[in-house]
Design a protein around this ligand. Structure first.
Ligand code: ZN
Length: 58
């Protein structure tokens, strides 16, 4: 199972293991969902995604 899910419409990356209701992951359209290879936060950041403030803490 993937750990990170990117939302291309907002350029935000979520962590599926710690997501909250405020992430509104179910509102993300299928066409806007992206997974990362490798499945790491660093890869998401390298692809210019911003980490979600609700489910990803520094
Ligand atoms: Zn989130």
């Amino acid at each position: 199972m993937a750990g990170y899910l990117g939302d291309k419409s907002a350029n935000v990356v979520h962590h599926l293991g710690t997501m909250t209701g405020e992430c509104n992951i179910y509102e993300i359209k299928k066409i806007n969902k992206i997974y990362f290879v490798p499945d790491t936060i660093q890869q998401a950041l390298d692809e210019k995604f911003t980490q979600c403030k609700f489910c990803i803490k520094n």
